[in-house]
Design a protein around this ligand. Sequence first.
Ligand code: 5GP
Ligand code: 5GP
Ligand code: 5GP
Length: 206
Amino acid sequence: VSAYSQDFDFFYFVQQWPGSYCDTEKSCCYPSTGKPEADFGIHGLWPNYNDGSYPSSCDPSSQFDQSQTSSLLKRMRTEWPTLACPSGDGLKFWSHEWEKHGTCSALGQHDYFQTALDLKNQANLLQSLTSAGIEPNGNSYTLESIKDAIKQSVGFTPFVECNDDTSGNSQLYQIYLCVDNSASNLIECPTFPHGKCGSQIEFPSF
Ligand code: 5GP
Ligand code: 5GP
Ligand code: 5GP
């Protein structure tokens, strides 16, 4: 383990709601492998410092190498789909996440992606929300009800990031959970990101 590699305090594990990525002025493009399922997708697993800053691109010589994650490819396609335009198969998104964040994680490429995939299984956000009656059907919910539903079921308080739909309504975009710096356990977040949600938050369908 090189000196820089574990020089951070915790991870943000960030999942995105595809309906909210797409329902914006910028819109989205479905992956070349097909429309993702109507579920949260992984955005990334991001090393962070307690003061809110974060390391990035810690090893420019380490490029994403598909061969190290070939056994995970099927899961990555369904659980970590890219929605950016133009349509892609995900390689560009995964490469970006590895090079910017993964290289600061002290994990190898296989473990980095597998850890994120396993965290998604452990923190089933859609199930947590729907079992509290919070459904992706275009209705709106309070920030508190969304946070409480996830806390109840996952056991830790999330941070909710909102974006605006094409009419300017605040909608549920990304959910942040925190993980200890060995990537073993979910923890309460030492520090929350910034960003405001409206008093009513839309949960659009996808
Ligand atoms: P945005 O400006 O869209 O919030 O974030 C742009 C990018 O900066 C994100 O995709 C992510 O790579 C990185 N980023 C934003 N906020 C944080 C943060 O709090 N911690 C870490 N580690 N990365 C962040
Ligand atoms: P970050 O730097 O915030 O970790 O990652 C954001 C980068 O990944 C941007 O360059 C964005 O265009 C690209 N990207 C590709 N697919 C997606 C996606 O589905 N969601 C998000 N948020 N970014 C994506
Ligand atoms: P408190 O610390 O009282 O929970 O929240 C302080 C402020 O942060 C309030 O304006 C509240 O709306 C905002 N806030 C708390 N949790 C979240 C969250 O998960 N996401 C966003 N966007 N704002 C939050």
